[in-house]
Design a protein around this ligand. Structure first.
Ligand SMILES: Nc1ncnc2c1ncn2[C@@H]1O[C@H](COP(=O)(O)OP(=O)(O)OP(=O)(O)O)[C@@H](O)[C@H]1O
Ligand SMILES: [Mg+2]
Length: 253
C-alpha cells in the first residue's frame, strides 16, 4: 500500500448535507467521512433518508445545502456521470438492471463510462470473471435469481471502476447463505482497495460486514462509531422501536 493511502485526507467528506422536499427535511445537516478501505454501514428506519443521502452523494439528487468532497475536490453540483468518472457510484435499491439485455450487455453499458466499445467488452468480461459470473454472461437478466441479480448490480457498479461504492440494499431479497456469499465478495473487493458505504436492513449482515456504523433518523445523524456501540445506542434502538420495525430477535431491523 502507498503511504498516501494510509495517511492522506479522507477519501470522502460529506459536509452538512441537507436535502429538502417541500416542507420535509429528508436529509438534515449530515456530516461524515469515509477513509480508504473502510466498509461503513448507514443504518436507520424506513424513510430515515438513507437513499436520499446516497443520491445526493452521487449527484442524482440536488443538495439544498452542504457539499460532497471526494479526494479533496468538491463534486456536489456536478452530474452523476462526472462523479462516477471521479470514482464514486451507487447501486440502486430495487435492481435497476435492463431486463431485456443479457448480463454481459448490462455490465458493458456501465463499462462504457471509461472505455470505447471494444475495450468496454474486455472490461465487462473481466468484471464478470472477477465476480464469478462468466457462466451467466449470456443469460437474460429477467431469468436470473435474486442473488444473481444482486451480483450483477455489483458488477455493473464495479465496471465503472469506482474507488468508493455505495450499496443500497443489495442483499435485501437474499437468504442468509446467499448474503454470506455477497459479503465475502464485498470483503475481497475491500481487500483489493475499494471503500464501501452500505445500506442494509439486515442487522446480521451489517454487524458482520462493517468497520463502523452511521445511524440516521428523520434525516439527522443520531449516532456514529463502532458497530456494537451504535447498534446498542439508546437513541438508535428508540428510532427503530418508534417505527415499529425492530424484530424482537434483532435479526431484521
Ligand atoms: N423525490 C422525493 N420527493 C419527496 N419526498 C421524497 C422523495 N424521495 C424521498 N422522499 C421522502 O424523504 C424521506 C426519506 O426517504 P428515503 O427514501 O431517503 O428513505 P430511506 O431511509 O432510504 O428509506 P428505506 O429504508 O425505506 O429505503 C421519506 O419521508 C420519503 O418519503
Ligand atoms: Mg432507501
Amino acid at each position: 500500500m502507498m503511504p498516501s493511502q494510509m495517511t492522506g485526507p479522507a477519501l470522502l467528506e460529506a459536509k452538512a448535507i441537507t436535502v429538502v422536499f417541500g416542507g420535509l427535511r429528508a436529509v438534515d445537516g449530515v456530516s461524515f467521512t469515509l477513509n480508504r478501505g473502510e466498509i461503513v454501514g448507514l443504518i436507520g428506519p424506513n424513510g430515515a433518508g438513507k437513499t436520499t443521502l446516497f443520491n445526493s452523494l452521487v449527484g442524482l439528487q440536488k443538495l439544498s445545502s452542504g457539499s460532497v468532497v471526494l479526494e479533496g475536490e468538491t463534486v456536489s453540483g456536478t452530474k452523476p456521470h462526472r462523479i462516477a468518472a471521479r470514482g464514486m457510484t451507487k447501486t440502486f435499491q430495487n435492481a435497476a438492471l435492463f431486463p431485456d439485455m443479457t448480463v454481459l450487455e448490462n455490465v458493458l453499458t456501465a463499462a462504457l463510462l471509461r472505455h470505447d466499445l471494444a475495450s468496454a467488452r474486455t472490461k465487462a468480461a473481466e468484471v464478470l470473471a472477477r465476480l464469478d459470473l462468466t457462466s451467466i454472461a449470456d443469460a437474460d437478466v429477467a431469468d436470473l435469481t435474486f442473488p444473481q441479480k444482486a451480483m450483477v448490480e455489483m458488477a455493473r457498479a464495479l465496471a465503472t471502476e469506482p474507488k468508493v461504492l455505495l450499496l443500497d440494499e443489495v442483499m435485501a431479497a437474499l437468504a442468509p447463505s446467499e448474503m454470506d456469499e455477497v459479503m465475502a465478495v464485498i470483503r475481497s473487493l475491500r481487500d483489493q482497495g475499494l471503500t464501501f458505504l452500505v445500506v442494509e436492513h439486515h442487522m446480521r449482515a451489517i454487524m458482520a460486514l462493517c468497520d463502523r456504523l452511521i445511524a440516521v433518523n428523520f434525516g439527522r445523524l443520531i449516532a456514529e462509531g463502532a458497530p456494537a456501540e451504535v447498534a446498542s445506542h439508546p437513541t438508535v434502538i428508540e428510532a427503530y422501536l418508534g417505527h415499529g420495525a425492530a424484530g424482537k430477535d434483532g435479526a431484521h431491523a
